[in-house]
Ligand binder design. Structure first.
Ligand SMILES: NC(=O)c1ccc[n+]([C@@H]2O[C@H](COP(=O)([O-])OP(=O)(O)OC[C@H]3O[C@@H](n4cnc5c(N)ncnc54)[C@H](O)[C@@H]3O)[C@@H](O)[C@H]2O)c1
Length: 250
């Protein structure tokens, strides 16, 4: 599957991440099908996409998205509770909860159902991509990558594209192309067995550990650690609850 051939993206899991991912991908002109497990969750996802805090209606009101793009997103995103509706997707982005066995079960079923040339990606925060991909055929492993977005997706432009030794050049180029078309700032990172996290979460975890040690050693208060990072490094979010700007506004 080459970048130019990608027209239809399946997003599996319409929760916090899936809804936002669908929004930015549809804003780039791709048809998107969101699959979740119940009609009620689908309704909540649809509502969030349109009326939610990071939804298209508010994005238009805030001047972050044009009216035409918002209308395009609403038109291009459809919903299902049945995997069969994903069978002709060119790319799958999985965003179900962070459990290896659940992700593997999802991919095993999709591998048997979705066309062989489709590219599979996981939005895992840090599970090893090659371990998630253990359940798919060797052929699909050449089209299996990580695509790690940041929350809230319409606001935070990061996308880590996680590559494995098996991943083909075409699949990497296609996923990078879709991410860039969706206005993501792409960082490339290699999958690494024995670790948890790619760039963002590993660096943040290391810094958070050090922040916790400074507090535990009685050297500074949580407030002063947060204040130092926010005012000294412009970190919008620090460690102990003082979140600066993140998660509040566009
Ligand atoms: N929330 C974040 O800040 C964040 C950031 C980056 C990455 N992630 C990663 O994204 C993934 C999803 O996280 P989230 O916060 O959106 O979780 P969430 O719980 O908000 O959403 C997960 C959705 O998956 C659905 N689901 C469960 N089983 C399913 C199945 N078999 N088929 C289809 N849908 C199914 C659930 O009903 C739910 O709507 C996780 O791997 C997480 O680590 C989360």
């Amino acid at each position: 599957m080459k970048f130019e051939q990608v027209k239809h993206v399946g997003v599996v899991g319409g929760g916090i991440m899936g809804g936002g991912i669908a929004q930015v991908i549809a804003a780039a002109g791709y048809r998107v099908t969101i699959k979740d497990i119940s009609d009620q969750i689908i309704e909540e996802t649809r509502d969030g996409l349109i009326e939610g805090k990071w939804g298209v209606k508010r994005a238009v009101e805030k001047g972050k998205m044009g009216y035409d793009t918002a209308a395009q997103v609403i038109k291009l995103v459809d919903f299902t509770t049945d995997n069969i509706d994903l069978k002709n997707c060119d790319v799958i982005i999985e965003a179900v909860p962070e459990k290896l066995d659940l992700k593997q079960a999802v991919f095993k079923e999709l591998d048997a159902l979705v066309k062989p040339e489709a590219i599979f990606t996981s939005n895992t925060s840090g599970l090893v991509i090659q371990e998630i991909a253990e359940v798919v055929t060797d052929e699909r492993k050449t089209r299996f990558l990580g695509m790690h977005f940041s929350n809230p997706v319409p606001v935070m432009s990061m996308c880590e594209v996680v590559t494995t030794p098996q991943a083909s050049t075409d699949s990497i180029e296609a996923i990078v192309g879709i991410a860039k078309a969706s206005k993501r700032a792409v960082s490339m990172v290699k999958d690494m067995p024995g670790t948890y996290g790619f760039i963002l979460n590993r660096v943040f975890a290391a810094a958070a550990k050090e922040a916790r040690k400074i507090v535990d050693d009685g050297l500074a208060s949580p407030e002063d650690v947060d204040k130092a990072m926010i005012t000294g490094r412009n970190w919008p979010a620090a460690f102990f609850g003082n979140r600066g700007g993140i998660g509040k506004e566009w």
